[in-house]
Design a binder for this molecule. Sequence first.
Ligand code: GLN
Length: 484
Amino acid sequence: MYEKTIAQLSAGLASGQFSSEELTRVFLERIERSNPQLNAFITVTAESALAQAQAADQRRQRGEAGPLTGIPIAHKDIFCTNGVRTSCGSQMLDRFIAPYDATVVERLNTAGAVMLGKTNMDEFAMGSSNETSYYGPVRNPWDLNAVPGGSSGGSAAAIAARLTPGATGTDTGGSIRQPAALCGITGIKPTYGRVSRWGMIAYASSLDQGGPMARTAEDCALLLTAIAGFDPRDSTCVDQPVPDYAAALNRPLAGLKIGLPKEYFGTGLDNTVAAVIETAVTEYRKLGAETVEISLPNSQLAIPAYYVVAPAECSSNLARFDGVRYGHRCDNPKDLLDLYTRSRAEGFGAEVQRRILVGTFALSAGYYDAYYLKAQQIRRLISDDFRRAFDQVDVIAGPTSPTVAFNLGEKVDDPITMYLSDIYTIAVNLAGLPSLSLPAGFVGQRPVGLQLIGNYFAEERLLSVAHRYQQVTDWHNRVPAAFA
Ligand code: GLN
């Protein structure tokens, strides 16, 4: 059962081939066996998963099942889950038991999905390798010496190793797409405002967006249909009807115009990755799409602008973790200042502290205009680049990441090199656009992801463009040998 996609599992449950309880036990056993090696889960909720599975089976008997009823999934540990530890990968929240469910969690519960547990992640979603987690790094199922990407690396690794058929992730600068690429799975970052951020622990509020990760675009469509849509509790959530994403998957590709940004194929892109991406683009031409070279001239400004805006917002969002209102509290503080400073020094790891310092600096009087305001102006230029591109083309394609998965420890002491992992993903967040990564081949044993970027609210289109490719390729069906 574990080798099946969500769509296949849903059909199996509907025809009575197996029950949700049987299915849930299969995945719980796989987690028990492989998690010590992969470290993809921070918390496993076996008992409540079985209770949810039994409830799903009863609901099915009453004839009230939907496509996700009884399907096991996992949540990135950034989503609040009522009564379950929600650590955000940080010592700061190691003992935080959320008193409510995030909207995304609530909606999947309502759909009847079964939560297997909470997945590992970079601390407060800051990272590209999962190495900043307080709970230790996640390993890439394709090669245990490699990183799974980040920050949603636990979700990506768990799906690739078939420990869960689907999971949630969040993407502030690439955290759904880059780990999806490095682990050989599919993940979509929706348009900013498409999915509610309520109950999703904030990193950089103007960039953060939750979304689904799974083996295929079809599975992502099923999950996105359940989690998207207006939520009055998130004032940036857009009140626009949610299509049935799974219904539109078979749209033909004939006449589709794909833009290839020349900035995404230049220096910095590994040659072996470039070759895989070119083969994937050729496949799209065979399917009837037309490709056009385009330019996104301000691409090289995306990383510097992001590393002002995101730290600025994080320095404000993370102010609440002071040992009084939220989070870890140090022992025996001698006064109030000692309580604040020591609690934060002990509770936050090095990367989080670095970003709080950078962000506080960028927002301080005298520097605000020079850094924060400038970064916001660049953000506008980047959005304008995309707006002009979408006057010419329907979707934009390119690599998700400039390299395949790198080795554990390789970049962890060099933040600038690590930040470059997101060179092709970050501009999308600055513009608020939707974007998807799907498996397109391998370099040696390590997967390569193809990135597709769409115009605002073009999730339907992105998912169908990915789905057509997955009907004629089988990269998404490959299983890492050690987990077959
Ligand atoms: N890797 C980027 C960072 O470190 C993006 C992270 C994310 O999307 N949450 O900030």
